[in-house]
Design a binder for this molecule. Sequence first.
Ligand code: URP
Ligand code: ZN
Ligand code: ZN
Ligand code: ZN
Length: 467
Amino acid sequence: MTGRTVIRGGLVITASDEMHADVLIEDGRIAALAASSTPVAEAWTAERTIDAGGKYVIPGGVDAHTHMELPFGGTFASDTFETGTRAAAWGGTTTIVDFAVQSQGHSLREGLDGWHAKAEGNCAIDYGFHMIVSDVNQETLKEMDLLVEEGVTSFKQFMAYPGVFYSDDGQILRAMQRSAENGGLIMMHAENGIAIDVLVEQALARGETDPRYHGEVRKALLEAEATHRAIKLAQVAGAPLYVVHVSAMEAVAELARARDEGLNVFGETCPQYLFLSTDNLAEPDFEGAKYVCSTPLRPREHQAQLWKGLRTNDLQVVSTDHCPFCFVGQKELGRGDFSKIPNGLPGVENRMDLLHQAVVDGHISRRRWIEIACATPARMFGMYPKKGTIAPGADADVVIYDPRAEQVMSADSHHMNVDYSAYEGKRTTGRVETVLSRGEPVITEREYTGHAGHGVYTPRSTCQYLN
Ligand code: URP
Ligand code: ZN
Ligand code: ZN
Ligand code: ZN
């Protein structure tokens, strides 16, 4: 219990409104909002008053795609739940949904239990889980029903990574049919991994081993083809579909076409696809390895189509796909063979700031910023209005954001447990000042005041965003 807090004089921004309002917090929840300087607001007394004059008061970010401690390519993502959720808080994110992993030959339950054990007692902010299904069989299909009942309501499948996470079309169809019955949402890694593996083998045989070839073999057309196939399989199954980490404009076009037909098809993109490009993958001296992720970064011309998709709601969510690997000792595993570079980028701390920069740059409105980073991910994954908004009854996950402060992104100042920043030297306008998680200050005027174990597991209902 945290008593009463009042946030005075800020501009409250939600996905639907902007208002100069004071916010009253009681026992970890939003109790009331009232126009600032009115008798109603002025009558409020509280143990703690936060002056938000000249600042934005926004819902804490909801990052629906993280991979803390993910085993990948013979190593583990370098952020633990402790370091990763602390960094998330620094960046104004107050809820993550991480991917628990089913290893092949093991049950979903074993995978989920393992993820609970990693997270419990270690998180600075609240967390939920999706489940990566790497082995679809009669048992796992039954387990999906049980997981939905206990709040793990979304399942990731991979059309990529044969022999690791890969599912074939029959397995995908079966899981989609099941989700059509139990209300789960299939999240698809849409790349044709079988064809990509042929191109990888051919590139390596030609001596094309540098990081930039990662981008060349993982072709946009193979993302588009897989996206199209996933959409058609979902249509056959009568199931909704959420495509993760969309980077190719051709894939956006597939999603737009399906949505024009009225299908329950949704798309997520990530800051790295909006702000970085194949130019980064081509950086010399193996520096390009820092930017190896899948789907890969694309040539710059794709970015305009991603921004357009975010404006037209053909893309609904921006998550980070935070999956950090240090350059030294981890990314270096792929020197001389790009296919051995662990896939993934750090970013959980940068997302809210980069998307605010997109507001400054005129790509999206302030309310759309909150919609794609807070409200829609909360709705998509069954946490709204507890998470993702500022309204009476919601959890008091609130960020005081200074829209004018300038900062320079750098590994020297970030809090993620990784030895480089994908945005090293990037100047942005806007900065997190104070972060409350269920009313408790986690960041207080740019000091960490949270603690591991404050964050609790958040079971989720089914998708609240269907057409
Ligand atoms: O490169 C990436 N995206 N690594 C994380 C695993 C995944 O496919 O999301
Ligand atoms: Zn993926
Ligand atoms: Zn991912
Ligand atoms: Zn606490």
